[in-house]
Design a protein around this ligand. Structure first.
Ligand code: MN
Length: 248
């Protein structure tokens, strides 16, 4: 199983989630929302070989935490993974749009200078601007668009740009989400939960809940579940090898 976008540090007991992932052999991209959270969150995954901790600055927090960009640059050499970063065009955040753009540009420039990173990218109501920024910084690395939910024109553009995608439980809950899932390129699609923000029933989603997404993909792809899981593991291998080289 693969949860390529999970906020491990935001669970009440992150260690318990890490232990559960280890016992089930789940690969996790542990994303952070601020640079100052990265060190502590990395430590939670010490001794967990299937967990990678990404350095992030979430677009919803940019207006409070832009001052941590210097820390972002300082920590960037220590990880091959960046996220959660991106842009959010929701009405409540519109007043911070110029600052969001400035910070995302900075992040992409830093990643380019560092030789490229795997990026878990947030694009809610902001896909055209996110794709513009990624197109402007082709050396920033390998973007994985998390919970992509934009119109088909943007989806086509993202696919043409060679973006990767991480599909989560939220996308199974609407007709539109399922329509997007059906159009994602199978060899560029991974699973995620976005836990603990996403809820499954009354509980916060945990990485093992990607089984729901695997089942959804099995249905949409008309593929047996074991084959879907095999496909996803191959995709993860392809992503890390093409982005980071054979040793990762
Ligand atoms: Mn998230």
């Amino acid at each position: 199983m693969i949860d390529f976008h999970c906020h491990l540090d935001l669970y009440p007991d992150p260690q318990a989630v890490v232990r559960d992932c280890a016992s089930k052999g789940i690969y996790v991209l542990s994303v952070t929302t601020t640079p100052s959270a990265w060190k502590g969150t990395s430590r939670v995954a010490d001794g967990a070989p299937r967990i990678r901790t990404a350095l992030g600055l979430h677009p919803e927090l940019v207006h409070e935490r832009a001052g941590e960009l210097a820390l972002f640059d300082e920590l960037l050499p220590r990880t091959k993974y960046v996220g959660e970063v991106g842009l959010d065009g929701s009405p409540a955040l519109r007043q911070y749009w110029p600052e969001q753009q400035r910070v995302f540009e900075h992040v992409l420039r830093s990643c380019s200078r560092a030789g490229g990173r795997v990026l878990s990218v947030h694009s809610r109501r902001a896909a055209p601007a996110v794709l513009d920024a990624l197109a402007k910084h082709p050396d920033a690395g390998t973007p994985v668009l998390h919970w992509f939910s934009s119109a088909s024109r943007e989806l086509e553009r993202a696919i043409a740009m060679g973006c990767w995608f991480s599909a989560g439980p939220g996308m199974l809950q609407s007709q539109r989400g399922r329509e997007i899932l059906s159009r994602l390129p199978r060899d560029h699609t991974l699973t995620e939960t976005d836990g603990p923000f996403v809820r499954i029933g009354t509980d916060a989603a945990v990485p093992s809940d990607v089984t729901a997404v695997e089942a959804g993909l099995a249905h949409i792809w008309s593929m047996p579940l074991p084959e879907v899981r095999e496909r996803l593991l191959t995709t993860l291998r392809m992503l890390t090898q093409s982005a980071l080289g054979p040793e990762h």
